[in-house]
Write a protein that binds this ligand. Structure first.
Ligand SMILES: [Zn+2]
Length: 551
């Protein structure tokens, strides 16, 4: 006490004990108190201090690594609140065949990709469309088989309803001239009756069943690939919505070796009883360095709106014969939620249709009950919410985990699915907030791009980046820019029980930063899309620096 008083009035000399590992200078720092021109001293992966200009020299002397941010804007590290890490990695490894103007181009893209794969790995591709080629006929496998003779290849058509196999894949799938078309599917054949390599609809399963399960090495490669891409988008943490047992083992190994480029918040695959039995008894777990957290369980209540799998309380407007799909029996949902809650794990249930949302809230009410404030149960997607359910989110301490870019991608066809009345219940972020619900934001990558600029743009404007239509869709449901950024930072941190550790730039918080070259300025929405990610910092280390190889 007396020592403290004695120091009052002295110049702002830095005590020798306040050394730091890195000092970030020259940035516009987005803090809870507004944008400040302060330095950020980082020590042990945390923010040691926000450094005023008159203290910089003292800190500089005690710092090994001084980073000049050159007037860039430093935001708290963005979190992707709902994505699929290995799924994203797998998608990135697939050959992109979209827009190929000839079959020769398809073959060349596949051949090029094959040369980068480990021996024996399947070449997986997606996006060919024979309507874009001269003649417009379905392809046959011969040119592909010549270009890729030594490993199987499976190239999916743009709509996903047909695949082209090379000779090696046909052989592995056991498809010959003698094969019989399965119910609901077709094996296309040439004049002599030999398979052409194209399988349609339910015949695709003949090939899918022989694709090997990914090895630990495959999973590791995909996790790292996905993580590096996420870092390039400025993402510093991913909430992995349904981690498989094999994936968790790889994540733990990467974390132990200090090789995880971004933080991962694991939602265990709730369909795997052996995984739940292995993890739940230990209780929630967070690694010492905070890079890996295991404290949530993921389940599915229904499907998706585009394929009419979302479970609605009344029939689809454009298909009155269906109300969608309940993909998990309610008894199973209740059982797993009860087990998760008992073990202190956060339940996270995919619910898109309004009937699914009601079902999930009912389950939280009965199975989580008085623990809900402590467990913060999540409704993943919460796309269509009945008015009567809006206040229940706050009552049940439930978080709506939403993906703003789904609103803008779905708007061309969602009104047809739901009809004029119910469309007002869709993507209703403002209504949820007004009813006291907490939100967190994400993309559901690889379903959509994980680029948070697109998410923030969609949340604020509710129109696609191309700018048409000029006015956003049901604009009163839009978020403000501050809310959208909170959805990726402070609110996302809350959704992962990390609001006291990260999501905010303040002393003591994790040194996770997303650095843009400009302010994400709501008064000029285009700035959101034009902003460039210059740097992603996780626990004080650079996960991405624009223009320099970080892998
Ligand atoms: Zn998902």
């Amino acid at each position: 006490m007396s020592l403290g008083l004695a120091l009052v009035g002295l110049t702002a000399a830095v005590p020798a004990s306040r050394r730091c590992d890195r000092l970030f200078l020259g940035g516009f720092v987005h803090t809870p108190a507004g944008v400040r021109r302060v330095g950020i001293a980082v020590s042990g992966g945390r923010i040691a201090a926000l450094v005023e200009s008159d203290q910089v020299e003292g800190w500089r002397k005690a710092t090994g690594d001084v980073v000049d941010l050159g007037g860039a804007h430093v935001y708290p590290g963005f979190t992707e609140s709902h994505g699929h890490l290995t799924g994203y990695g797998a998608a990135l490894e697939q050959v992109n065949l979209h827009g190929a103007a000839s079959f020769a181009e398809v073959v060349e893209r596949a051949r090029h990709a094959a040369s980068a794969l480990p021996a024996g790995a399947w070449v997986m591709g997606r996006g060919w469309d024979q309507n874009l080629w001269p003649g417009g006929a379905f392809p046959t496998h011969q040119a592909l088989s010549r270009a890729i003779p030594d490993r199987p290849a499976l190239l999916r058509r743009v709509d996903g309803h047909a695949v082209l196999l090379n000779a090696r894949a046909l052989a592995e799938a056991g498809i010959t001239a003698a094969s019989v078309d399965p119910p609901g599917g077709r094996i296309l054949r040439d004049g002599s009756g030999a398979p052409t390599g194209v399988l349609v609809d339910d015949a695709v399963a003949l090939a899918e069943r022989v694709i090997p399960q990914p090895s630990a090495a495959d999973i590791e490669r995909r996790v790292l690939l996905a993580s590096h891409h996420l870092a390039e988008f400025g993402i510093t943490e991913m909430h992995d919505a349904g981690t498989l047992r094999s994936e968790l083992a790889v994540l733990r190994e990467l974390r132990r070796a200090g090789r995880l480029p971004i933080r991962v918040y694991v939602m265990l695959d709730g369909s795997d009883d052996s995984l739940l039995a292995a993890e739940l008894p230990h209780g929630p777990w967070r690694s010492d360095d905070g890079m890996l957290t295991v404290r949530a369980v993921k389940l599915y209540a229904d499907g998706a709106l585009g394929s009419r799998g979302a479970w609605l309380s009344a029939p689809y407007r454009d298909d009155p014969a269906t109300r969608g799909l309940e993909v998990t029996p309610p008894k199973r949902l209740r059982d797993v939620v009860a087990r998760a809650a008992m073990a202190g794990f956060q339940p996270c249930i995919h619910a898109i249709g309004d009937a699914a949302v009601t079902r999930v809230l009912d389950i939280y009410e009965h199975e989580v009950g008085s623990r809900s404030a402590a467990l913060r149960p999540r409704v993943e997607h919460a796309q269509i919410v009945r008015p009567a359910d809006l206040p229940r989110f706050a009552t049940l301490h439930a978080i709506a985990s939403v993906q703003p870019a789904h609103c803008t991608s779905d708007m061309p066809w969602a009104p047809a699915r739901l009809g004029e009345d119910r469309i007002a219940w869709a993507y209703r972020w403002r209504s949820l907030l007004a009813a006291g619900a907490r939100l967190c934001l994400g993309s559901d990558v690889p379903v959509a791009s994980p680029d948070p600029r697109l998410g923030v743009w969609a949340a604020v404007t509710r129109r696609p980046p191309e700018g048409t239509p000029e006015l956003g869709w049901n604009l009163p449901e839009a978020l403000t820019l501050e809310e959208a950024i909170a959805g990726y930072t402070t609110w996302a941190a809350y959704a992962g029980f990390e609001e006291a550790q990260r999501g905010t730039i303040a002393e003591g918080f994790a040194a996770d930063f997303t650095v843009f070259d400009r302010d994400l300025d709501a008064s000029a929405p285009a700035a959101i899309l034009q902003a460039m990610v210059l740097r992603a910092v996780v626990a004080g280390r650079d996960s991405f620096i624009a223009g320099s190889p970080t892998r």
